[in-house]
Design a protein around this ligand. Structure first.
Ligand code: SAM
Length: 192
């Protein structure tokens, strides 16, 4: 069991255990009262459950069904009801538009073999999942909607910023944490 910012979170060997990248996002969440928020790649549900304290309603999505079950259990454990978790490959099963979308994305190069690998491996170049996310996210944000992405310096922060600018977003790095061989970077963007 992990305790963080007043949340109790059950863990599972096949679900990403929140660490520094999760905490960087958690400490800098730009959720506002009344927001409809989406947490992509929710894992234990940590980010979705923190956002639910202020947001009107939060949807947490993950491609890993074990993560979705665990996140539902963590919502029950903390008595949080304004949240829904569902299995989805990115936006496959997502409807509607959101004020805020968060994604602590998998970023290491490699093809996943078991569920837990999907937390870290983002395809052959490491950017496949993030690039697919960036291509689709614009359709799920309200006008002036906000986006918060965590990624590693290993997989091209500049490339993400450039893609977002090209999509019409104002994008910037708003926080950073140095880890052993990389910087973990929080990118914030807003539709213009
Ligand atoms: C680095 S973990 C982050 C987990 C959690 N948000 C946190 O901060 O602790 C990335 C998550 O993205 C999920 N994921 C990977 N590919 C995905 C996809 N195509 N669609 C939805 N979720 C995906 C993984 O299963 C994993 O739970």
């Amino acid at each position: 069991m992990l305790r963080y910012m007043g949340l109790k979170l059950k863990l599972h060997p096949q679900v990403y255990e929140p660490v520094e990248d999760s905490f960087l996002l958690a400490e800098n969440l730009k959720v506002r009262k009344g927001d409809f928020a989406l947490d992509m790649g929710t894992g234990t549900g940590i980010i979705a459950l923190l956002m639910a304290r202020k947001a009107e309603f939060v949807v947490g999505a993950d491609i890993n069904p074990i993560a979705v079950e665990l996140a539902r259990e963590n919502a029950r454990l903390n008595g949080i009801e304004n949240v829904e978790f569902l299995v989805s490959d990115l936006f496959e099963n997502i409807d509607g538009k959101f004020d805020l979308i968060t994604f602590n994305a998998p970023y290491l190069p490699g093809e996943p073999e078991e569920p837990i690998d999907m937390a870290l491996l983002g395809g052959q170049s490491g950017r496949e999942v993030l690039n697919r996310f960036l291509e689709e996210v614009g359709d799920y944000l309200k006008p002036r909607g906000r986006l918060q992405i965590v990624q590693s310096s290993i997989t091209g922060v500049h490339e993400t910023l450039k893609k977002l600018e090209n999509m019409g977003f104002k994008a910037e790095v708003t926080a950073k944490k140095h880890m052993f061989f990389e910087d973990i970077v929080l990118i914030q963007a807003q539709a213009r």
